[in-house]
Design a protein around this ligand. Structure first.
Ligand SMILES: Nc1ncnc2c1ncn2[C@@H]1O[C@H](COP(=O)(O)OP(=O)(O)OP(=O)(O)O)[C@@H](O)[C@H]1O
Length: 250
């Protein structure tokens, strides 16, 4: 697949939960390389979009992954096609060690790539006997992302990986994702616009369960009026992300 064809193409995604329409028609393209950001104010529908893509909530519309329609597939079938998910709460098992958390993520019939995970995150190797519940927030996030890289996934979805983290840890997590994105495309749901600015090439903005904007991330975040209108914030500056005004390598 060439890099201009989206790896994931969502069209007209609708989600109805408990009789309430949460998503009314989300369009989202995730690029076949690098980081694509999914943005929006609180309650705009970002997490529900991710859950809809993964089949965790009843949905309709079209979700094409790597050229194939997946909207009729169950979550386990989608996961087997190569979508890794680091959820908003990180989903690590606090009472298990780092090594046990990784082992639980191994997939039947696959060959877990521990070398890749440990090369990207040496700390997970050093701390493999440590209980995950005693890791810092940033280390838990590394574990959550490390798990998604164990099985050679072709897309990683990270939902608000910096939520609740101190600025210094936000910096660490930014570097973690930056390194991960060198080898696998990432869909990043994030409120920290400085992090988005550093990592993301393209972005989709949701508002009230619909797509309100799609385009280059830099263009949106450099436009104070559009940023205010679509995201309800002033300037795209948040402490804790080095080089926040420039993309890595720019
Ligand atoms: N299971 C559910 N039952 C009822 N309403 C829900 C459910 N899940 C989400 N919602 C509602 O749908 C809307 C979108 O929620 P969602 O979590 O997708 O937004 P979000 O953009 O991820 O927000 P945040 O940035 O606060 O995490 C919200 O109004 C939320 O209260």
């Amino acid at each position: 697949m060439n890099t201009t064809t989206p790896l994931l193409a969502v069209r007209g995604l609708r989600v109805l939960i408990g009789g309430r329409h949460i998503l009314h028609g989300v369009d989202l393209d995730v690029a076949a390389s690098g980081v694509t950001a999914l943005l929006g104010r609180n309650g705009a529908g970002k997490t529900t979009t991710v859950r809809g893509v993964l089949g965790l909530v009843p949905r309709s519309g079209s979700v094409v992954f790597d050229g194939a329609e997946t909207v009729g597939l169950a979550t386990h079938a989608l996961v087997r096609r190569g979508i890794g998910y680091a959820p908003e709460d990180r989903g690590v098992f606090a009472s298990l060690t780092v090594a046990e958390n990784l082992r639980l993520a191994e997939r039947a019939g696959g060959t877990p790539d521990y070398a890749r995970v440990h090369e990207l995150f040496p700390e997970l190797k050093h701390r493999e006997r440590q209980l995950a519940g005693t890791l810092s927030g940033g280390q838990q996030q590394m574990l959550a992302i490390g798990r998604t890289l164990l099985n050679g996934n072709r897309l990683v979805i990270a939902d608000e990986p910096t939520k609740g983290l101190a600025p210094k840890v936000v910096t660490e997590v930014t570097h973690v994702l930056e390194r991960a994105a060198e080898s696998v495309p990432v869909l990043l749901v994030e409120q920290n616009l400085a992090m988005v600015r550093r990592l993301a090439t393209r972005c989709t903005v949701l508002a009230d369960g619909r797509t309100a904007h799609q385009g280059p991330a830099e263009a949106l975040l450099s436009d104070p009026e559009a940023t205010r209108r679509l995201l309800g914030v002033g300037r795209a500056r948040t402490p804790g992300v080095p080089g926040a005004q420039k993309k890595a390598g720019a």
